[in-house]
Design a protein around this ligand. Structure first.
Ligand code: ZN
Ligand code: FE
Length: 256
């Protein structure tokens, strides 16, 4: 497996930014810089410059640091083609089916609309890592600001071909609230109950719950489990299709 070093940098109240370093090529990057200050501090600590800024979507809590970092380091900006009018200064427009090259890594771009219409996910398949932005969270998924449940379900389904071991770096530390909600729709899932206990313990010590893995999400995240008979029974939706069950879980989470 090709190495990609990732450093998780907390920002704002509950965002995560991810500092990337490819040791083979010496290429460095930042995913979703909410705030330039902590990124500059980390780069100075490593005595590194910045080659790339990668944005998953246009929201300010993922892009507000772009300008300062571009100016300071001459970093190039790659972001969703669908957001070309909403993110200033993009050098590379990311589209599904067109690979992006980060140092020695080929990055597969997935268009994953739902949270926003232009949202993309970045899959470093050779490193076994997925940067899911605000599409998939640990035990949750993004709010549907610019998309339908059907669209978000289709987006999440694009991760289906990736191996269980895939490490998922998501944009927010929402896991504790997500766990409490997940237990209301999937109360009898032993893997979820155990994970919820671990999350309560981690967060009580103010420790991060990100990254997660796709395998763990598949076993415990209700938004990836609309086909689960027990969840369907709890929701009274035994005969509905997956999109209807997904939509009902999302609806309940919105008012939880
Ligand atoms: Zn967002
Ligand atoms: Fe966000």
């Amino acid at each position: 497996m090709a190495e990609l070093q990732v450093e998780r940098i907390p920002a704002l109240s509950d965002n995560y930014m991810f500092l990337l370093f490819d040791p083979v090529s010496g290429t460095s990057g930042i995913v979703d810089p909410a705030d330039a200050g902590p990124v500059i501090e980390a780069l100075e600590r490593h005595d590194r410059s910045l080659d790339w800024i990668l944005n998953t979507h246009h929201h300010a809590d993922h892009t507000a640091g772009n300008g300062d970092l571009m100016q300071r380091y001459g970093a190039r900006l790659a972001g969703p083609a669908g957001d070309h009018s909403r993110i200033a200064g993009m050098d590379i427009l990311l589209r599904e089916g067109e690979a992006f090259t980060f140092g020695s890594h080929k990055v597969d771009i997935l268009e994953t609309p739902g949270h926003t219409s232009g949202h993309v996910s970045l899959h470093f398949a050779d490193a076994g890592m997925l940067f899911s932005g605000d599409t998939l969270f640990a035990l949750g998924c993004g709010r549907l600001f610019e998309g339908s449940p059907a669209q978000m379900w289709e987006s999440l389904s694009k991760y289906a071909a990736m191996p269980d071991e895939t490490i998922v770096w998501c944009g927010h530390e929402y896991t504790l609230a997500n766990a409490r909600f997940a237990l209301t729709v999937d109360p009898d899932n032993p893997a979820l109950r155990e994970r919820a206990r671990e999350i309560e313990a981690l967060r009580s010590r103010n420790e991060p719950t990100v990254p997660t893995t796709l395998g763990l999400e598949r076993r415990t995240n209700p938004f990836l489990r609309p086909d689960d008979p027990s969840i369907r029974r709890t929701l009274g939706l035994e005969r509905a299709d997956d999109i209807e069950v997904f939509a009902e879980i999302r609806r309940r989470k919105d008012s939880f």
